[in-house]
Design a protein around this ligand. Structure first.
Ligand code: ZN
Length: 182
């Protein structure tokens, strides 16, 4: 109820290309897992299973977790029906977490019979790869005229990263150098 249905799922992925990938789709249910499933299906055309769970006590979050399983383009009917069967029997994430199941355990349960292999493990963290040079592109994007005007009027500029809200200051000399390179 707190999430509501009046909004969008907005996904920004840095795939290492020039521009980050941007996707957005209206919320359909307000249940985050359902909305992500819908987003993947409609916006990325990828059939997906998304399950999320939070185990709370009266005062705090004991643990939280979730899983996303996505079909590869060449998934066989056999694999798909095996996966569907596994999902039907899948306990809730909250239950599995409270039983002390690890991500590997959950992976083996949801992919039972499909011989899962772990290819890599990555720690999840909140991190942004922005830096002054990267954020500077925003100044380049506003164009020579607007930048010249800023230099003339303010003699400095502050640019915020749209992902992590870090702020970067540019003094007059730096701005003139950016302008010169444009
Ligand atoms: Zn950032």
């Amino acid at each position: 109820a707190a999430v509501g249905t009046n909004g969008v799922v907005k996904v920004i992925k840095d795939l290492g290309l020039r521009e980050p990938y941007n996707g957005a789709y209206p919320l359909v249910s307000g249940e985050i897992a359902e909305d992500f499933t819908h987003y993947f299906a409609v916006s990325e055309q990828t059939p997906s299973v998304v399950a999320l769970g939070v185990l709370t006590t009266e005062t705090h979050v004991e643990c939280a977790g979730g899983l996303i399983v996505q079909l590869m383009p060449d998934a066989t009917e056999e694999s798909i029906s095996q996966l569907e069967k596994n999902i039907q029997n899948l306990k809730s994430i909250t239950t599995m977490l409270s039983e002390g199941k690890t991500p590997e355990d959950m992976l083996n349960i949801v992919l039972e019979g499909l011989q899962p292999r772990i290819l890599d493990k990555i720690d999840v963290k909140f991190e942004c790869e922005c830096c002054k040079d990267k954020v500077q592109e925003a100044l380049v994007a506003i164009g020579k005229t607007a930048l010249s005007q800023i230099i003339e009027e303010d003699k400095q500029a502050e640019v915020g990263c749209q992902f992590c809200n870090s702020k970067y200051m540019y003094n007059e000399e730096e701005l003139l150098n950016i302008l010169k390179d444009m």
